[in-house]
Design a binder for this molecule. Structure first.
Ligand SMILES: [Zn+2]
Length: 374
C-alpha cells in the first residue's frame, strides 16, 4: 500500500508537516540491470523527495526497501577525496594518534579505516565506543534517521568527535542534480538540517570542510555541547550560504521538479523528431543515473533502440524498467548512428577520442544532460 503524506512522519524529527518537492514517478531499482532475455516487467516503486517543514531534512518519502547493488570497485575520485579529507581533518588536530576509531561505511565503498590506522588511530571491534566516529556517506542509507544518529552519538566517548560526510543538498539544488534522488538513499542533508538533528542528541557542529566530490560534498565535525566552543567560522559560512540558497524552502526545491520535467520533455521531443525524420539515435552510458530520465521521458526501445556501454559486465543486459538492450561500443559504431545520446556528459571528450568511428561515419555526439537546459 502506498503511504499518503498524512501518514508520513519525518525520518529525523517525526513531524508530519512537510511537502513533496520532487516526484520522479514509479521507478525501478536503478542499480539492477536485468538480463535482456528477462522479459520483465521490472518492479517499480514511487520515487519522491519530501522536505520536512519542522527540521528541514529532505528525505525519501516511500520506503520500498529496494536492494542496492554493492559496487565492486571504488571510483578513483572517492579514494583521492578520502586521502584529502583525512589529511585536512588531521591538520585540524582532530585525529590524534592512539585515538579509538569506529566507522559507519557506505555500501558503495570508500572506507577511511586504513588511512586512519596508518596515522596511528586504533579501529575498535564491533559496536565498542570510540573517540572518533566516521560516517562517510553511511547514514544516508538508514531509513530511521533519528535512530541512526542516536546510535552514533551514544558510541562517542567524552571529548570525542563525530565526522559526517555527505553530498550536500545545497549542491543538489544549485546544480539541479535531481537524479541524486534514489531508492535506498533516505536522507539528503543540508548542513542546516543535520545541525538541527545534532542538537537533538546534545551535539553541536564544530567544523566544516567543503570538497568538490559529486559537485559539492561537506564533511562536518561535531562534538557534544559540553565539549564544544563557539560556532566555528567554517560552519557559520556554510549555514549562511545555505540560507541564501534556500535549502529549507519547498519552492526552491521544487526547482528540481521543473528541471526534470524540462529535461524529460526535451529528450522525448528530440528522439521523436529524430525518429520521424528517419535518423537513427542510439545511446551511450548505461549508468544508473540515466534510468530515471529514460523512464520519466517515456523512452523505450522504439525511440532508443540500444545504449552502448564500455563495461563488459553490462553486455546482454537491458536498461532497468525498459526493453532497451545494452550493447558494446564496437556494435554502436558498426550500426553507424546519425546521433548518439550521451548520458554521462563528463565523458564527452573521452568518448569522442575513444570512438572516432562515430564522427568518421557521419554521426554526432549529443549531450543528453544538456537537452532542455536554457
Ligand atoms: Zn523533520
Amino acid at each position: 500500500m502506498r503511504l499518503t503524506v498524512n501518514a508520513y512522519h519525518c525520518r529525523a524529527c517525526r513531524s508530519e508537516a512537510g511537502h513533496v518537492v520532487l516526484d520522479l514517478g514509479d521507478q525501478p531499482a536503478c542499480d539492477y540491470f536485468p538480463p535482456y532475455d528477462n522479459p520483465g516487467p521490472d518492479p517499480v516503486y514511487p520515487l519522491q523527495m519530501w522536505l520536512c517543514s519542522h527540521c528541514g531534512l529532505a528525505q525519501l518519502l516511500d520506503d520500498p526497501t529496494v536492494p542496492e547493488e554493492p559496487r565492486g570497485t571504488e571510483p578513483a575520485a572517492l579514494v583521492a577525496q578520502a586521502v584529502d579529507a583525512v589529511a585536512r581533518v588531521a591538520t585540524a588536530g582532530l585525529l590524534p594518534a592512539g585515538a579509538r576509531v569506529a566507522e559507519y561505511g557506505s555500501p558503495h565503498g570508500g572506507s577511511w579505516l586504513q588511512l586512519l590506522a596508518s596515522r596511528g588511530l586504533k579501529p575498535v571491534d564491533g559496536m565498542a565506543e570510540a573517540d572518533v566516529i566516521v560516517d562517510c556517506f553511511g547514514m544516508m542509507h538508514a531509513a530511521d534517521q533519528s535512530a541512526a544518529l542516536a546510535e552514533r552519538a551514544a558510541r562517542l566517548m567524552p571529548g570525542g568527535v563525530l565526522l559526517v560526510q555527505y553530498h550536500s543538498l545545497e549542491t543538489i539544488i544549485r546544480q539541479g542534480q535531481w537524479n541524486a534522488l534514489r531508492h535506498g538513499h533516505y536522507a539528503y542533508y543540508s548542513t542546516t538540517a543535520l545541525s538541527a538533528m545534532l542538537v537533538n542528541v546534545g551535539f553541536s557542529p564544530c567544523r566544516a570542510w567543503h570538497f568538490d566530490l559529486y559537485g559539492g560534498t561537506v564533511l562536518l565535525a561535531a562534538s557534544r555541547d559540553i565539549d564544544s566552543g563557539a560556532l566555528d567560522e567554517t560552519v557559520r559560512a556554510v549555514l549562511a550560504s545555505e540560507a541564501r540558497t534556500g535549502v529549507r524552502d519547498p519552492d526552491v526545491l521544487r526547482g528540481l521538479q521543473q528541471a526534470v520535467q524540462a529535461k524529460a520533455a526535451a529528450l522525448n521531443d528530440w528522439l521523436f523528431k529524430s525518429a520521424a525524420a528517419g535518423r537513427t539515435v542510439l545511446g551511450y552510458g548505461a549508468a544508473s543515473r540515466a534510468v530515471a530520465l529514460l523512464r520519466k521521458a517515456g523512452v523505450d526501445v522504439d525511440l532508443l533502440p540500444a545504449v552502448a556501454d564500455a563495461s563488459p559486465a553490462k553486455r546482454g543486459l537491458r536498461m532497468p524498467g525498459t526493453n532497451i538492450p545494452v550493447i558494446s561500443p564496437s556494435e554502436l559504431t558498426a550500426r553507424r548512428p546519425d546521433e548518439v545520446a550521451l548520458f554521462v556528459s563528463d565523458l564527452m571528450a573521452e568518448v569522442r577520442a575513444s570512438y572516432p568511428g562515430i564522427e568518421a561515419g557521419g554521426g554526432r555526439w549529443v549531450d543528453a544532460d544538456a537537452l532542455g537546459s536554457a
